[in-house]
Design a protein around this ligand. Structure first.
Ligand SMILES: [Cu+2]
Ligand SMILES: [Zn+2]
Length: 198
């Protein structure tokens, strides 16, 4: 059943009706992403680089008890890139302190350190061609939470995310294990792609 619905997405058409039916009848059997849906339960986030070029789209769908996320990044360097929800829905490439610093730190939710922040997401894996695709489900946040207040922002980083997984046998500045910066950021480096959720 689910496979069949996904195949319809691939061919493009006749999707709105199928989506409404699936959501109304059973959230858990809803198709992966509703391309044409525009509702309180759906958010399409355009990711732009510091020059303003579109370098990806992230689709978030609020299901019953979790959010389905699908990211389709493009024009990034191959390999892993840290991928988070940040606290403020402002993506200013000319922000004081550096590009997209306007988005604040990680959306922490109830979490205290990196790896447990509500906005921490699986990393993007970019192919040699410069594009990639990531799909997952999370119950770490709801769409309403991400839209509340100042909104939030989806961020792509230049480097890898270590999820603050620094065993104590490592020392940074005399401190065993992850230091304060690592515990806040995951050391994924500069901010190179940003998209607003509001
Ligand atoms: Cu980040
Ligand atoms: Zn984090």
């Amino acid at each position: 059943m689910r496979r069949g619905i996904v195949a319809l997405v691939g061919t493009g058409m006749l999707f709105t009706t199928a989506t409404a039916t699936a959501w109304g009848a059973s959230g858990s059997s809803a198709p992966d992403i509703a391309e044409d849906a525009r509702s309180a339960a759906f958010e399409r986030v355009v990711i732009r680089d510091v020059a303003g070029a579109q370098v990806g789209v992230v689709r978030l769908v609020q299901d019953v008890g979790y959010v389905r996320v699908r990211a389709t990044p493009s024009q990034f360097t191959p390999g892993f890139h840290g991928f988070h929800v940040h606290d403020i829905g402002i993506c200013d490439p000319n922000a004081t302190g550096g590009p997209f610093v306007s988005a604040g730190g990680h959306y922490v939710g109830g979490g205290t350190t990196h790896g447990d922040h509500a906005g921490d997401m699986p990393s993007l894996l970019i192919k040699e061609s410069g594009d990639g695709r990531l799909g997952f489900r999370t119950d770490s946040f709801t769409l309403d939470e991400l839209r509340a207040g100042n909104g939030s922002a989806v961020m792509v980083h230049a480097g890898r995310d270590n999820f603050a997984n620094i065993p104590e046998r490592y020392s940074a500045g005399g401190v065993a294990g992850p230091d304060a910066t690592t515990l806040a950021t995951g050391d994924a480096g500069s901010r190179i792609g940003c998209g607003v959720i509001d």
